[in-house]
Design a protein. Structure first.
Length: 264
């Protein structure tokens, strides 16, 4: 993959204090973009922004809870013109069987995982369309297929992200703006640690056993792998890619960024 030249571009990467978001922020900054590192945990985003600065890049940390519309608006006001938006912020909780779930926690999960994607895209798109160039990448999940017990909120949100990506991409067709979604596969992040700590009552014994086996079986990708796919979508090679769902475990998709698919 040829590295994109992102000089003179400003990128917001949500949930970039750790995991996939951090890896994406570092790669985007390494290509010359000014990166806004944002999440709810201030010390984490400060550390990532400093890491970028130490490597000669341009970064600013702005604390924001993207589930809150007021925070999103303030984030974009502070960032200025935004050319690249990576919607990575997300939570796995509540992990619980639907019949036992807490309604307030369920709604909060939807706000973080789905409504935030709507809010940030709504803020970003007018400027991108006016300038005739923009890239939006929404991080989804294989759980959008809804096959894992205990993940009703997370799966519903990710399915919504994929549907909204498709609709929004159609709305911006031929404008110079592209909107795509990625499924990163099973990645070695704190989210996976949370999943493995779930009880059988929350998640079923079959799922607990399966997810706890992934580290020993060598089936966890490093965050840098999906970050490379995100970066590819910012490159000239992807100028005509719009409204697509790219699954990193698909051999053709993995080959675009020099990776191999991983079995389960």
């Amino acid at each position: 993959m040829r590295r994109p030249d992102l000089r003179d571009k400003t990128a917001i990467v949500t949930g970039s204090g750790r995991g996939i978001g951090r890896a994406a922020a570092l790669k985007i900054a390494d290509c010359g973009a000014r990166v806004i590192v944002t999440a709810r945990t201030e010390n984490q985003i400060d550390a990532v922004a400093q890491e970028i600065l130490n490597q000669g890049g341009d970064a600013k940390s702005i604390r924001a809870d993207v589930s809150r519309e007021a925070d999103v608006h303030q984030l974009f006001e502070a960032a200025g013109n935004v050319d690249i938006l990576v919607n990575n912020a997300g939570v796995i909780w509540p992990i619980d069987l639907l019949a036992n779930s807490d309604p307030a926690a369920w709604r909060q999960s939807i706000d973080i995982n789905l409504t935030s994607v709507y809010s940030t895209m709504r803020e970003a798109l007018p400027g991108m369309l006016t300038r005739g160039w923009g890239r939006i990448v929404n991080v989804s999940s294989g759980s959008a297929r809804g096959t894992v017990a205990g993940w009703s909120a997370y799966s519903a949100a990710k399915a919504g992200v994929e549907a909204m990506t498709s609709v929004a991409a159609r709305e911006v067709a031929d404008s110079g703006v592209t909107i795509n979604a990625v499924r990163p596969g099973i990645v070695d992040t704190e989210l996976q640690v949370e999943i493995r700590s779930s009880s059988e009552e929350q998640f079923t014994s079959e799922n607990v056993e399966r997810y706890r086996s992934y580290p020993d079986r060598g089936l966890l990708r490093p965050p840098e792998h999906p970050a490379s796919l995100i970066l590819w979508l910012l490159s000239p090679e992807a100028d005509n890619v719009n409204g697509e769902l790219l699954v990193l475990d698909d051999p053709d998709v993995a080959a675009r960024v020099g990776l191999t698919p991983m079995g389960r």
